[in-house]
Design a protein around this ligand. Structure first.
Ligand code: NAP
Length: 495
């Protein structure tokens, strides 16, 4: 039976140190609803002493025979119960996260259910995980086994909090580790609520800490800590590279899920209705705050005019509104500061010659108080312009056209990022040809922004390192060890 918790009963000014909920050494911060600037809750901030304590508790917990000696199927039961708790609380998590992030309820509900699904999928892979007996090449039995790393740090961004928390915490716990989660400063509330759920679901003490606090202090201290044995990071490329540099000095594995500037390609034979809907969803859902946003559109020049006209008409009709209003498609952005950053990027693009086909201005009137920015489509741009090279992380689409396939591929690949790509065509051979040549971790053909726990996800180039999801997810949080077991009746002949 899942114990039901209500966010209204929770004191968010308490951080979670190994399952002990108490004030953090860093005092408190204010979580603000970007819809109207209202206070959602004061939340606790960790200090460096909390990091030390969380790491020490994590080390003790992973060594405790009560956790260490659990069989995989027994550990899987703990994870499955956390998944059940997340599902049972999907509605309250959704409401809390909508207030904390401004996102639509439909999106935050989907994120909460995705987190539940992640725990269940990981529990299932743990139950069915094989170890290997390798073919002997001498008088031994040889095998390869996997063991926990110890204490792992998970550092997450603000754009999909509960889902990205689960994508790190579930496989790390499944592998037998302890996890210290450092959520983004703008969105700590669901992570603190999640810690309460996990412990109420029976997670043994010490195995999960949630330490909100500034990335440059708390995140940095976790990355540098000699007892932290892996960092799983999702966030911006600049931060990711800094973490990788520190990790290199400790020879510590890192997984990095970073930014993107993904191309979407429309062929002349595409189903126009499906492609228009897919492009709109790919770039404007989540108000564009998505690493895989399809923010560079390459439409074949023979259909450009019709396609762009339909795109602009449909984008202009998207409904802006509060995240908790059922009809809303374009909710506020995470924070006024981020909205202003997006607006400044659009202004700079326009100053450099881009033409605004729709959007492009901070809305006023009923939207003046919140952090809204409208769906914005720009043309008269080339692939080398800043607006086509740099991640905006907002609802901004740059439109270009193509006619030659070789040139198309080289323009798509001429970008520092390599996260995703969309292809819209009925020509299955062309789709295959292009899909194999684009430098990206994920390619969607006649669909976009779809995910499955069973399909590995990650980036190439400056979009990241390592993969999340899939059957080898749990092993990516483990050390691989070889065991040679002598079977010869003779002594080794050397001595
Ligand atoms: P960010 O500024 O890099 O922050 C991400 C996390 O890192 C936050 O928790 C942040 O803490 C922390 N951090 C900041 N500086 C740090 C440091 N020196 N050491 C350790 N941790 C540090 O990114 P963001 O603005 O929150 O997120 C947006 C970015 O995430 C975009 O680039 C987006 O593409 C990327 N993203 C990628 C994926 C993917 O799967 N590839 C998914 C989602 C988002 P504070 O909040 O306290 O600064």
């Amino acid at each position: 039976m899942t114990t039901m918790l209500e966010p209204a009963q929770i004191d968010f000014s308490q951080i979670c140190v190994g399952g002990i909920f108490r004030a953090g050494e860093g005092g408190t911060g204010r979580s603000i609803d970007p819809t109207d600037g209202a206070l959602v809750a004061d939340y606790g901030i960790a200090g460096l002493g909390d990091v030390e304590e969380a790491v020490a508790m994590g080390r003790t917990a992973v060594e405790d025979p009560a956790w260490r000696n659990l069989k995989p199927h027994e550990r899987a039961r703990v994870l499955a119960r956390i998944g059940d708790a997340l599902e049972a609380h999907a509605e309250v998590i959704s409401v809390l996260q909508t207030r904390d992030t401004g996102k639509t309820l439909a999106e935050t509900r989907a994120l909460a259910l995705s987190a539940a699904g992640t725990f269940r999928y990981v529990a299932a892979t743990l139950e069915t995980m094989d170890e290997e007996l390798t073919p002997p090449r001498g008088p031994w039995l040889t095998m390869s086994v996997h063991e926990p790393l110890g204490v792992v740090a998970a550092i997450t961004p603000w754009n999909s909090p509960i889902a990205s928390d689960a994508q790190k915490v579930a496989p790390a716990l499944a592998a037998g580790n302890a996890v210290i989660l450092k959520p983004a400063e703008w969105t700590p509330l669901v992570s603190l609520f999640f810690a309460r759920l996990a412990y109420a679901a029976g997670l043994p003490k010490g195995l999960l800490s949630v330490l909100p606090g500034p990335g440059r202090i708390i995140g940095d201290a976790l990355v540098r800590h000699e007892q932290v044995k892996k960092v799983s990071f999702t966030g911006g490329t600049v931060t990711g590279i800094r973490i990788a540099q520190i990790a290199a000095t400790k020879l510590m594995p890192v997984s990095l899920e970073l930014g993107g500037k993904s191309p979407t390609i429309v062929f002349p034979d595409a189903d126009i209705e499906e492609a228009v809907a897919g492009v709109l969803y790919g770039v404007f859902s989540s108000t564009g705050q998505s690493c895989i946003a399809g923010s560079r559109l390459f439409v074949h020049e023979s259909i450009r005019e019709e396609f762009v006209d339909r795109l602009v008409a449909r984008a202009s009709a998207l409904r802006m509104g509060r995240g908790d209003a059922p009809a809303t498609q374009m909710a506020p952005m995470i924070h006024h500061r981020h909205r202003d950053h997006v607006a400044a990027m659009v202004d700079a693009a326009v100053a450099a010659g881009a033409r605004v086909l729709c959007g492009g201005e901070v809305p006023q009137g009923e939207f003046a108080e919140g952090a809204w920015y409208p769906p914005t489509i720009l043309d008269n741009v080339v692939n080398t312009d800043t607006i086509c090279r740099e991640e905006v992380f907002g609802p901004v689409l740059a439109v270009m056209s193509w006619s030659d396939e070789e040139d198309l591929v080289s323009q798509c690949n001429d970008n520092a990022y390599g996260l995703a790509c969309g292809i819209w065509t009925r020509d299955y051979k062309a789709a295959w040809r292009i899909a194999r040549r684009i430098e990206a971790g994920t390619v969607w053909i006649n669909t976009y922004k779809q995910f499955s726990s069973s399909t590995p996800f990650g980036g190439v180039k400056e979009s990241g390192l390592g993969r999340e999801k899939g059957r080898h997810w749990v092993q990516s949080y483990m050390n691989q060890k070889a065991i040679y077991w002598g079977m010869s009746e003779q002594p080794i002949g050397w001595a």
